[in-house]
Design a protein around this ligand. Structure first.
Ligand SMILES: *Cc1c(COP(=O)(O)O)cnc(C)c1O
Length: 376
């Protein structure tokens, strides 16, 4: 029996071990844990990679989203539209800031926020929209920017799952995911496509004024040391994480390619059955497959997952419950049946392992294990 985890971070580390160990050792021997050259270098390298004027590192992806929203001067009661099919962090920060999360359904092919649903949800109180580039592909940003422009809304991209993906606008110009709206937010959680060895995150913007505001907020609302102009937070990326990220950034495109190769293998392997609906990538975006999520068509999901587990193959459900049906987010505005696409997905999706270290033999093993159950 094989043992195939959702991600293989140890295998990935082993390939860059000498460089990572040397960088960490250097930090230990100088005790330069906070700030310093590794943080600055990574920030600059990421700006260059993304083609954006400002990258502000922070402590995690959730903070990135929270600080982004704080920087826009939104007021309690302002409405922020996002998708009901995402990780909770996206809506959590909206609620924490006493803004009103307005949830909408997703596109049936890409599982990203449905622009038409966004437009329908707009009220005079709407101030911002947060598209999530779910599972590795960009949401329809041409449509979202167009809506935002017409209704004077800020666009904050939740890019935690799609760093490295590229968006092609209708006019043919290209931008990296996270650099398209007013602000982009990402996470460097270890299992993300660009992950560190603890927690980390970053905020991207081409708007220098917003960037300045964001730099102040992540540092206790402080411009001059011990003079606090705003209520801020403490959110920073530490030097060890920045050093790891700096090394891994050089491999990001190669990591994305490795994930795409896994997806291509699965796509072909599952083309023999209609019981597995493989992910569709929209024409305007590349897909960096943060997750490989299939939709089961007439297959017992729990049975499949138990079968895979018995074969040593990990699987997971992203996400079992849509945000509008989460207990903490119970709201008289929403009930079961409101967002049929998203609710259907929650009941039928399963994520298979996808990472940068797969061998062809392992891929065959996963695909065979899935098909064995499907064809039973
Ligand atoms: C991971 C993730 C986040 C939060 O990132 P953390 O670094 O864990 O705080 C936010 N949004 C989405 C879509 C994510 O996948």
């Amino acid at each position: 029996m094989q043992n195939i985890p959702m991600v293989d971070l140890v295998g990935q580390y082993n390939k860059i071990k000498p460089e990572v160990d040397a960088a960490i050792q250097q930090i230990l021997s100088t005790a330069g844990f906070i700030g310093g050259p590794f943080v600055k270098k990574f920030q600059e390298d990421l700006q260059e990679y993304l083609g954006i004027r400002n990258v502000i590192p922070c402590a995690n992806g959730t903070d990135a989203l929270q600080v982004a929203m704080m920087s826009l001067g939104l007021q309690p009661g302002d409405e922020v539209i996002t998708t009901s099919f995402t990780f909770i962090a996206t809506a959590e920060v909206i609620a924490l800031l006493h803004l009103t999360p307005v949830l909408v359904d997703v596109d049936k092919d890409t599982y990203c926020i449905d622009p038409e649903a966004v437009e329908r949800a707009i009220t005079p109180k709407t101030k911002a929209v947060v598209p999530v580039h779910l599972f590795g592909q960009c949401a329809n940003m041409d449509a979202i920017l167009d809506i935002a422009k017409r209704h004077n809304l800020y666009v904050i991209e939740d890019d935690a799952q799609a760093i490295g993906a590229e968006y092609t606008f209708k006019d043919g110009t290209k931008k990296k995911s996270g650099t398209i709206g007013d602000i982009g937010c990402t996470s460097f959680f270890p299992s993300k496509n660009l992950g560190c060895y603890g927690d980390g995150g970053a905020i991207f913007t081409d708007n220098d004024e917003l960037a300045e505001q964001i730099r102040v907020i992540v540092n206790h609302g402080m411009k001059t040391r011990y003079y606090h102009d705003y209520v801020g937070v403490n959110s920073r990326l530490d030097a060890i994480q920045a050093a790891v990220l700096g090394i891994k950034l050089k491999h990001l495109d190669e990591y994305c390619k490795a994930r795409q190769d896994v997806a291509a293998y699965y796509e072909k392997a599952f083309s023999v059955t209609e019981k597995i609906i493989t992910p569709k990538t929209a024409s305007f975006t590349t897909n960096v497959f943060h997750q490989y999520v299939v939709v089961l068509n007439g297959v017992d999901r729990a049975g499949l997952m138990a079968h895979l587990q018995s074969k040593g193959v990990a699987s997971a459900i992203y996400y079992p419950v849509p945000l509008h049906l989460q207990k903490a987010y119970t709201d008289p505005r929403y009930k079961k049946g409101d967002f049929p696409v998203c609710e259907y997905l929650c009941e039928h999706v399963v994520a298979l392992p996808v990472h940068t270290e797969f061998t062809e033999e392992q891929l065959k093993y996963v695909a065979d294990s899935v098909l064995e159950f499907i064809n039973k």
